[in-house]
Design a protein around this ligand. Structure first.
Ligand SMILES: [Zn+2]
Length: 56
């Protein structure tokens, strides 16, 4: 009964197309600091919340 990704998001960079799974603290860091790959500024719209109930 281990749920490693409790609050997961998928980040899709609108500038470089990078796609990453992140947690809430990483999401906030990306919004503050920009994309880790290309440095483009990132908004909340670049994140999709992943539902744990979608997992098999
Ligand atoms: Zn990027």
């Amino acid at each position: 009964m281990s749920d490693v990704v409790a609050d997961g998001y998928r980040f899709d960079c609108p500038a470089c197309g990078e796609s990453l799974e992140v947690n809430d603290s990483m999401r906030r860091a990306l919004v503050e600091q920009g994309c880790v790959v290309c440095g483009a500024s990132v908004t909340a719209a670049a994140f999709t919340e992943l539902s744990a109930t979608d997992r098999p």
